[in-house]
Design a protein. Sequence first.
Length: 185
Amino acid sequence: MVEKYIEALIFASDTSVRKEEIVLCIQAATGDDLSDKELNQYLENIHNRYADDLHAIELVNSGGGYQFLTKKNMQPVIQQLQIQRSKKKLSQASLETLAIIAYRQPITKLEIEQIRGVNCDYTMQRLLEKDFITIQGKAEGPGRPILYGLSEYFLDYFGINSILDLPQLKDIENTENIEIGEKSE
């Protein structure tokens, strides 16, 4: 029965569920203590159950927890749904702002505006509303501006476990600004 509870918790959550959350929920609902070994076995059983081709979903470790996601071979039909819901897509300005925050967090709005060269009030408000960024405190400088950082939802949305999984800046090749006559290596 515990395995079904774990499956239900993961299914019902709109973001990944951490092991600690699973243990707390099981303990609160049943009064049973769940060892790490038992939890891992239950998670492996659930993962194996959805691994075959009979199911369109699979159990994935993402964002530091577990969640059910559609399998990659379901991509064409899911893509059609995404096209229909494209109004919820992130704008270019939002993606640029998220990239700056990802690599420079914690960062103030003023610092983001200096990097982008434009006002970011609307973009920052939308990213806060969509839960991609969070307020991480206040800076020590004059006026004590608010510091922003990425949220756990950002990790879930982009399917990564931590910020360390982001590509390193040195690995990103910039070919747009190569002068005429220069050779790119």
